[in-house]
Design a protein around this ligand. Sequence first.
Ligand code: ME8
Length: 643
Amino acid sequence: MPKKFYVTTPIYYVNDVPHIGHAYTTIAADVLARYHRLLGDEVLFMTGSDEHGQKVEQAAKKRGIPPQEHADELVLGFQALWKQLNISNDDFIRTTEERHKEAVTAILNQLWEKGEIYADTYSGWYCTPDERFWTEKEIVDGKCPDCHRPVEALSERNYFFKMGQYRDRLRKHILDHKDFIQPDSRRNEVLGFLEKDLNDLCISRPKHRLEWGIPLPFDQEYVTYVWLDALVNYISGAGYIQDTARFKIFWPSDVHLVGKDILTTHAVYWMTTLMALNLPLPKTLFAHGWWTLDGQKMSKSLGNVIKPSEVVETYGVDAFRYFLLRQVPFGNDGDFSKEALSNRVNSDLANDIGNLLSRTLTMLERYSEGCTPEKIQGDRQEDQDLQNMAEALFEKVDQHLNHLQFEKALVEIWQVISQANRYIEKGAPWLLAKDPAKKGRLQTVLFYTSEAIRIISRLIAPFMPEASKAMGKQLGLSEESADTTLKEACRWGNLPPGLPVSKGKVLFPRIQPEKKEPNQAQAFKSKKSAVPPPIKDLITIDDFAKLDLRVGVIRSAEKIEGAKKLLLLQVDIGSEKRQVVAGIATQYAPDELIGKEAILIANLQPATIMGIESQGMLLAAGGKKVLGLATFSEVIPPGSTVR
Ligand code: ME8
């Protein structure tokens, strides 16, 4: 019997166009959904739109059109973005759909009949933008404790859900179920919130104040509070009223993913509503962190809202998905910037995985007649090491994804990528190919590398579906049939021999940093009329042979405090990383150097510059003033010798 897996995102307000924050939650949910499908689970991945309430009503009013028309238009923007981001949602629930309205009405009737709802006149403070009542004690200096905007005094008759009575039961459930609210910091936040008395929840809005909502079935003068309406999507979408068979399979949900901004509404309002309905509670509610943009809160008024579709057009969909999930541990806040994205693309994607794939395909073309190699059992330690790491990868990724630790799963995969790159350096197939006696060893190295890539390509599939497919295709693999689970696909030794490989287009092209004016051209202009210095005395070929020049990939670069011209670089030469102090800060910003392949004098005596040991020197054009680093137009394995 396959297991079932039900994952949800919040349903997003259609008061505005989608932004990176919306994309983040939805991509995370998509990775989980894809992963569970690959495991062979029966998956329901639900996202949707929150279309009622004041925010949407106001947005429509501003445009001078009816709210339904407004929602019908704006929802298309979300749906188009999900397509562009390769989101594989099984369903999309809109709160203006009949199936949803029916569910909300049925639930309200049920709660009303059970005596869980009562009418009362309420005097309190109302936060209009948040559509929430607060008590005198809760407001801070006349402002909403949540969004810090002014609140207004209101006294009106409304309907209330007896939420307060569930406080102890909810606390107990949280304490008894360690994974119920995650991460721990959010669990503690909710437990802290529940230490105080829990108020009942106002679940109605009088129609004279808000018309755009689902009418209360027991009093047509009122509409349903937008949050109660919205939360019900998790069961209405799963078939609560209209498809009870589906509901029986999928409820309770396995993971509700939300941003930390809507933790209380989910952890308290929703869970107590489910208790009142006698429905089982979701297994996990995970509240992730918040993205800022270049260190600032994203907001329309600041004019710094980046459209995900534009990022995708420039950087590619897989790069965007990878960046969001790799950059910060899920649960923490993160900062989005184009520089950070470019750095990730260049170092992790273009260099690490891109390089691994392209050099392996080139080698298969040259040394294996363009086909996948025979399965061979290697007898060296390095063969065993690579096999062990690749074989253990599935379990590690599985563990991390079960705990929604996307970044850790990716780090594990990248460790195998690095190991495979190191394995190639050590195996040096280009040298083996020169000696016919070493043909067997050459084939072993090619098999181990290709097999590791195959496993990697399978495991990146939930994160980067397109890249995974392209990698498989370039390796000559047909798409894994649906009856092969990911676990089986990740078994070592499954690579069929003799499949024709094809080096397609570069999977992850390097991102060129945006430059105001190209540095070298600028330097050339200013140096055009300069006379080159005279040629030095002759040296012998033996003198030259003393130099050990190596290709080195710059993995990190940072400014050195107090030194205007110097940068501290970490240079990867395959077998090791070298720390190099380079006088190139006037020519390059640290970020533009990441991923560059330069030439390192690897056997130069270390020198101490500004108190930092420099283990080698990079070749560059220019005299005292550096004009540009010597680099390559081809991708060359780090550590390759230069003559
Ligand atoms: O709250 N960083 O909808 P919404 C990370 N309709 N995630 C962000 C983000 C950011 N800067 N900004 C938004 C609603 N998000 C309600 C939900 S559910 C029953 C009803 C994400 O359009 C994050 O998931 O304001 C957050 O919870 C959600 O978008 C809020 O979207």
